[in-house]
Design a protein around this ligand. Structure first.
Ligand code: NAI
Length: 399
């Protein structure tokens, strides 16, 4: 079928199999261009492996360190006349490219929050890898059915005590407007967001992997967090999602205790703001990102997901020494984003930004381009008028 982008708000309903394969290929090429990561991971489980930071983690482990990877994700497979989700096609392309390079790669498509998928992952590790030496936890989800209580928790993106009004952008139309977001109605909003995006599920994974004896001596585990600038604090770091990130970060010492007898260690890495399916959904953030991209590109310090994760692995996690941590015990690869000169310029642009000057003072064009890249569109070497086979399988998943 001929697949064109069909955009609804901050999501794109269609994805292009050849375009997503091109996106994966470019990320693989970047990792290869940086050379091998010495003493990198060899057997890796990535939870949330199909898009964004998780996919970049899988690609970095495989192509930067020749690692065997098992990827867990929740994606819609392709069916005749119905394209699969981007993460489905990404995973198909990843497996194909990894296998061609002689690397083991298998995937599990299902709800990572469930006990069932944890059991499947453990069985697959036992069967094929024995143990894993790195577990990357990179889920971003709006909901979680709790595996013990059966309660369905829905996360919300809200400020906590006061309404928050600031600029936001419709990045497709290029229109800036004011948005007011009402604060949480009750503690339940906070608790539900923590239940979905906090650290409990990460802990469940590590507990179950350990109990099944599938974690290698010296195992590492890492999850991803965000801080960002003061102007997004009310909606991000001091909002409901920030409370969930606090909870995720507070899980690190708990996991360190759990992993101590395996000489294992857990980390949270604070990453840079980037265009992903999840960040596009947060009000205010896309305008901040498009100004940030402008400033960081001008300074020659821009990074995408793959550059971030390659640097995390090569310069933080696998240097042979323990990584430097901030005063709250976190790895920081948002160091370039948070540089004083960068933040000062973004703050100035933020004040100035209007619909009229948006194209000029921000990188909204780059934002849009990256948004479409997430779904396999806007690649100059892909013919979007041509018929393409939408029914692409992830090789390790039997249809
Ligand atoms: P994303 O939306 O690109 O990826 C989410 C992944 O989770 C996908 O592989 C998806 O299939 C998987 N997933 C979602 N629900 C699932 C479920 N129930 N079972 C199995 N898999 C499921 O998200 P992104 O942006 O890469 O986020 C990953 C982590 O990085 C999150 O913790 C996020 O808060 C964090 N982060 C994101 C930043 C950004 O600017 N995008 C910045 C810093 C941190």
């Amino acid at each position: 079928m001929i697949i064109q982008p069909r955009v609804r708000g901050f999501i794109c309903l269609t994805s292009h199999p050849e375009g997503t394969a091109e996106h994966v290929k470019q990320q693989v090429a970047y990792v290869k261009s940086k050379g091998k990561i010495e003493n990198g991971p060899k057997k890796v489980l990535v939870i949330g492996a199909s898009t964004g930071f998780g996919l970049a983690s899988r690609i970095t482990a495989a192509f930067g360190s020749d690692a065997a990877t098992i990827g867990v994700f929740f994606e819609k497979p392709a069916a005749p006349g119905k394209p699969g989700t981007a993460g489905w096609y990404n995973s198909a392309a990843f497996e194909q490219q990894a296998t061609e390079a002689g690397l083991y790669a298998k995937s599990i498509n299902g709800d990572a929050f469930s006990d069932e998928v944890k059991k499947q992952a453990i069985a697959l590790i036992k069967q094929d890898l024995g143990q894993v030496d790195l577990v990357v936890y990179s889920l971003a989800s709006p909901r979680r059915t709790h595996p013990k209580t059966g309660v369905a928790h829905a996360s919300v993106l809200k400020p906590i005590s006061q309404p928050f009004t600031n600029k936001t952008v419709d990045f497709h139309a290029g229109v800036i407007s004011d948005i007011s977001i009402q604060p949480v109605e009750s503690e339940d909003d906070i608790d539900n967001t923590i239940a979905v995006m906090g650290g409990e599920d990460w802990k469940f994974w590590i507990e179950e992997l350990k109990a099944a004896n599938v974690l290698a001596d010296g195992v590492k585990t890492v999850a991803y967090s965000y801080i960002g600038p003061e102007l997004t604090y009310p909606i991000y770091r001091n909002g409901t999602i920030g409370k969930a990130k606090d909870d995720l970060e507070a899980t690190v010492p708990v996991l360190n205790d759990l992993l101590a007898d395996l000489n294992g260690v857990s980390y949270v890495s604070v990453n840079k703001a980037l265009v992903t399916q999840s960040s596009s959904a947060i009000p205010v953030v896309p305008l901040y990102i498009s100004l940030l991209y402008k400033v960081m590109k001008e300074k020659g310090i821009h990074e995408g997901t793959i550059e971030q994760i390659q640097r995390l692995f090569a310069e933080r996690l696998y240097t042979g020494a323990a990584p430097a941590l901030d005063d709250k015990g976190r790895i920081r690869v948002d160091d370039l984003e948070m540089r004083e000169d960068v933040q000062a310029e973004v703050a100035k642009l933020w004040e100035k930004a209007t619909t009229e000057n948006l194209e000029e003072i921000s990188d909204i064009a780059g934002y849009r381009d990256e948004f479409f890249h997430l779904f396999g569109f806007n690649f100059s070497n892909v013919d979007y008028e041509a018929d393409t086979n939408e029914v692409v399988e992830v090789p390790s998943i039997k249809g």
